[in-house]
Design a protein around this ligand. Structure first.
Ligand SMILES: [Zn+2]
Ligand SMILES: [Zn+2]
Ligand SMILES: [Zn+2]
Length: 123
């Protein structure tokens, strides 16, 4: 039952590609949910990045007021955050999502990208 679908958690020191930027992922890709269960198990559910916040909400009970404190159980991370920050934390730290513009610039937040696009000449 071991899936090698998403196999880039090790560091990429052997990279020989020309791109100097760290490898980033987009919300359109498939991700494996690594939300931890007791006994060291993980959720392992496969879904698109777009659906991850709904999945965390429905399946892992991440809901409530945006200021509620929750523990990030992704890969047994253990960090405590607001619900609001948790979704961003998971996307940024665990899923390594980056929002990129056609001009090549990448942003860690969708709203920052939107702001950038208003001024970007490539649009
Ligand atoms: Zn899950
Ligand atoms: Zn975490
Ligand atoms: Zn741009």
């Amino acid at each position: 039952m071991s899936s090698h679908f998403y196999n880039c958690s090790s560091n990429g020191l052997s990279e020989s590609s020309t791109a100097p930027v760290p490898r980033a992922h987009s919300l359109a890709e498939m991700f494996q949910c690594m939300w931890g269960y007791p006994q060291g198990l993980h959720c392992n559910y496969l879904l698109r990045g777009h659906n991850m916040s709904a999945h965390l909400h429905e399946v892992h009970g991440i809901h409530g007021s945006e200021k509620s404190r929750v523990e990030c159980k992704w890969n047994h991370c253990g960090q405590e955050l607001n619900i609001e920050s948790l979704l961003r934390h998971v996307e940024l730290i665990h899923m390594r999502i980056a929002y990129s513009c056609d001009c090549g610039e990448t942003f860690s937040r969708g709203d920052t990208l939107d702001t950038h696009k208003k001024h970007c000449s490539s649009q």
